[in-house]
Design a protein around this ligand. Structure first.
Ligand code: DC
Length: 246
């Protein structure tokens, strides 16, 4: 007689995942409104918010601080990713990002970091470390809105709700410029537009975790929508699709 316990015979039917888990992924290109919307959606749902772009930016900022030539010395960047743990201080809203013990949060949106970050994000060794770090965060914060380029496709393929946000490049550049101005930082819209187009290309062309719209994601073009309109739409979808109370 077959006396194997159910858990061993059918491992996929019995998981240790918390039953109230809710992972919402938001992917899309730079300036599509992901960060702001992910943060507001998380607040509305009463769950945590993960900005994965901040992790790639934090590493780029650290590489610049260490004087590493990111294009010529990619192995040093991978070493940095392996040896300088990244972590968020979740007591702050939004959480502040530490690379080892240094708070890098105020450096993340600076133009030198924005210009360098795609070359950091295309490194397979870096992605391996950060994807693993993001999955660990997902286990520790099982109710999470997470945003990036590969959250629905690679990091959390089983997420309950997936979105892909897009907008035309001129709108995205203006949004990024407004964001920088609000932070009291210099903002040249044309330079930002060129940076965004270059990053779009690099993000979509790389072999590891390229920017794609997952088949099971809801795609929203936010070009002509206000923030509140997009937020309403996201919230409506989550309520419809989530298998847990929100
Ligand atoms: O969303 P953002 O502009 O802060 O992202 C910064 C860079 O990091 C961007 O060029 C793409 C990269 N990125 C990535 O490759 N994968 C992610 N999950 C998040 C960001």
């Amino acid at each position: 007689m077959d006396i194997l316990p159910l858990r061993i015979r059918y491992p996929s039917l019995v998981t240790d995942a918390p039953t109230d888990q809710l992972i919402v992924t938001i992917d899309g290109p730079a300036g599509s409104g992901k960060s702001t919307l992910a943060r507001q959606l998380a607040k509305l749902l009463g769950v945590d918010f993960l900005d994965t772009g901040a992790m790639y930016r934090g590493l780029a900022a650290k590489a610049i601080e260490r004087g590493i030539d990111i294009v010529e010395e990619p192995y040093y960047v991978v070493e940095l990713a392996r040896n300088c743990p990244l972590h968020f201080d979740w007591a702050n809203d939004p959480p502040r990002l530490y690379v080892r013990d240094t708070d890098m949060t105020d450096r993340l949106r600076d133009m030198d970091v924005s210009n360098a970050v795609s070359d950091v994000a295309k490194l397979g060794g870096v992605r391996q470390v950060l994807v693993e770090n993001q999955r660990r965060i997902g286990r520790e914060h099982p109710r999470l809105v997470t945003e990036g380029r590969d959250q629905g496709s690679v990091v959390f393929p089983a997420a309950q709700v997936k979105f892909y946000l897009d907008a035309n490049p001129a709108v995205r550049a203006q949004r990024r410029a407004d964001q920088l101005k609000q932070m009291g930082k210099p903002a040249n819209v044309e330079a930002i537009r060129r940076n965004i187009l270059e990053r779009d290309h690099k993000d979509a062309a790389r072999a590891d975790g390229p920017l794609i719209c997952p088949d099971d994601a809801t795609r929203i073009d936010t070009s002509a929508m206000t923030l509140d309109e997009v937020l309403d739409e996201l919230h409506r979808h989550v309520k419809e699709k989530a298998k847990v109370g929100v």
